[in-house]
Design a protein around this ligand. Sequence first.
Ligand code: SF4
Ligand code: SF4
Length: 438
Amino acid sequence: MKARTFPGGIHPAYRKLTAQSPIRDLTPPPQVVIPLHQHTGAPCQPLVQKGDTVLKGQKIGDVEAAVAAPVHASLPGRVVAVEPRPHPAGRDVPAVVVEWDGSDAAVDVGPYPDPDDLEPARIAEIIREGGLVGLGGAAFPTAVKVRPPAGTVIDTYILNGAECEPFLTTDHRIMVEDPQSILLGLRALMKAAGAPRAIVAIEDNKPDAVEAMTAATRGMPEVSVEVVHTKYPQGSEKHLIKALLGREVPSGGLPFHVGVIVSNVGTAAAVGELFATGMPLIRRVVTVTGKVRAPANLRVPIGTPFSYLVEAAGGFDGEPYKVVAGGPMMGVAQYTLDVPVVKGTSGVLVLGPGDRIPESTACVRCGRCVESCPMRLLPLYLEAYYRAGMIDRAETLHAMDCIECGCCSWVCPARRPLVQAIRLAKMEIAARRRKAAP
Ligand code: SF4
Ligand code: SF4
């Protein structure tokens, strides 16, 4: 099979320490902290208050907004607080704190009918009520994604199993261990979106996942498994579409503008579990890795504190330098281990003193950042314009097309904080656009 790819990108050391570690179900923690905002879109309002008792799977937060996803209790027990708590995105967010009662008492649900027997709108409704969001990190509500604007024709559904971020292995293990849930979920997603065919894209460094998914899709002629090159950021939606279909998503556009929807394989597995059991999204797999004594892939209730995960992975292996939610390229550094696992938490990465980034020096105009940029941008100029306060110039150079992959910062010999500056430039451009909007 010929592996496909895209121009630009980098080849960091992959350090997938847990690629062969089977997913382990962790004993739940004594308490879970469930933020009411775990998705792109409007935050949920609480449906419970301090002192209430809740069942596993009970809806505890929702909002009437077009782009949103409800949240559910991941453990049964007593609500001990509804208050702002630290969130892995780096700010305090209102959260429901549940003290586990030690039981497995759950809401009374059962499997949904097979997606083939349901109307697309009903499937989207089930996915919404199940609280499904993209589990790859962006946490965009899945029910919204599968129902693009009226008149849009979706000809291909891409399942993203590239998992190109170093260290992370949750998608890899789900593909090896539970391809059936992925395919049940994929059938639901395809039916909801009206997509007649699907491609499962997997990087060529995961031959066991390719084998498992190829075997599981036998007898499904509408689904093909495609091998893509191991290169970062191969898992970016736009680059997968380019590599697999040769289509360019226009600047400012979304995959549906070129007839495609992309979801993560972990998201599809969660949709499959929802249809098979009726239980909403209350748990996920997290890779706990880096400088911990026993790196692992752990399946945990949403709301489990990072401190509990680090302990379950044997504790810190030496003095930590940084703890990151997600991978080293796109993850977010944490200031406390009190933050909980949210729907979009794919990993907890502990970096050691050897991973410390040296002080930055002046740009030597080597051009490496330009060569590596998969969006064909000019990172050195974007940074310089941002620092000079010339935001208009940064906008003219398409700063908003930056996917924040971090390739430019990674290759820079002067260790310029390029992606950080570009991210700030984008925030400023977005704020200006909001202000200028009628
Ligand atoms: S890689 Fe770094 S040093 Fe080289 S041109 Fe870009 S910003 Fe300058
Ligand atoms: S400019 Fe943006 S898209 Fe280009 S390499 Fe840097 S972070 Fe990635």
